[in-house]
Design a protein around this ligand. Sequence first.
Ligand code: AMP
Length: 300
Amino acid sequence: MSLLVVGSVAFDTIEMPSLLRQQQPGGSALYFSAAASYFCAVRLMAAVGDDWPAENTAQLEQLGVDTRGLERIEGQQTFAWRGRYAEDLEQRETVDLQLNVLEQYQPRLPACYRDSRLVFLANGLPRIQLAVLDQIDSPELVIADTVDDWIRSEREDLMRVLARIDGLMINQSEAVLLTGQQDLPAAGRALLELGPRLVVIKCGERGSLAISRDEVYSQPAYPLAQLLDPTGAGDSFAGGMLGYLSQQPQLSEASWRQALAVGTVMASFCLEGFSIDRLASIDAGEIETRLADLPRVSDD
Ligand code: AMP
């Protein structure tokens, strides 16, 4: 099934307790595309400024990503995000966010993307998520992500997004911020009331929780020996999940569980490198090996 992602392509500045990384390629759609590229020819929809190096786009194309929807706008600068991590590399705050090219961006979906069956509305302005959704013929499954910045400043548009999606992926702290519920299953159920029929709450090294009306299912994280940079892990998780689903003839409950496992494995590769360095260099067999080693929660 064809898979489309719309989201940010960015220059990131990352502050970690003992390290500063400036201007590294990032963005929700970049990480998602790199992770999903191991499963299908993902269609990328985003805007960059004329400061975005052509070799970054070429790297995506080498991974098999369809970049016909990556619009380069002359005279504009690429979206820039600066995040600061706490000592545990789990807690993170946005220190600066420059919309730049996204401020006036009116996405025009290429005609060849209109028939996309699976759609991921990666973290980005809810206004842009809605505009892209309006241009897709009849998607089978729409999943979205968001962050605290948009929960605080674009709540109305975000509510419109939630009403139109099948699934929501969200961080633990953002689920609490959006619903006011501290208890995660309760936060998940409150989010179900807003529209989606599946909510995946990402809990960092504690794994993830999938909540539907019928069940709550948890997937532990992959036990990594060393973590370099957590940026983009959530997007890589989503890329693995939807990439896997794009290969399935039918979306059964078993396929959702396996999708969560594949997402967990793809996030683990992201954590091992800066930007998409590690994600772009996964050897054949490494994904299968990690999947086989991944801790699972049994039903009995
Ligand atoms: P993650 O660590 O999975 O939450 O994703 C981090 C990536 O999302 C970074 O590369 C940022 O460029 C991008 N990002 C952070 N905040 C935003 C935002 N408010 N809108 C769009 N993209 C963002």
